[in-house]
Design a protein around this ligand. Structure first.
Ligand SMILES: [Zn+2]
Length: 111
């Protein structure tokens, strides 16, 4: 699909024509620039990857909840040890994902 970018705020709009005004900053239609195929493709690829990162964040949030329950349950020291390491791993992955997403935003790989 054709993609249009607001030259004022960077908002990306999908549609055959640019919107009457920017949904984010309210800039008029003539402030929108049509993205070429290469730029539009990059936006599509970035969205896919960003969505995967967001899914991973959600999954790790769940892993943290499970680990917390396991630690509280404290059946035996081996179980607690395993849940503590899964908690640490989930936090580690979340921090790395957040850093990567921040890098995407700084490189403009977000839209
Ligand atoms: Zn805008």
């Amino acid at each position: 699909m054709t993609k249009w970018q607001c030259s004022v705020c960077g908002y990306i709009y999908d549609g055959d024509e640019a919107p009457e005004k920017c949904p984010k900053c309210g800039a008029p239609k003539d402030k929108f620039v049509k993205l070429d195929d290469q730029a539009a493709d990059l936006v599509g690829r970035s969205r896919f990857s960003n969505n995967l990162h967001m899914e991973l964040l959600t999954l790790m949030e769940k892993a943290k909840e499970i680990s917390d329950k396991g630690i509280k349950d404290a059946l035996d020291p081996n179980c607690v040890s395993l849940f503590k390491s899964s908690l640490a791993a989930a936090i580690d992955i979340q921090q790395k994902v957040k850093a990567e997403l921040k890098a995407h935003m700084n490189k403009g790989k977000w839209g």
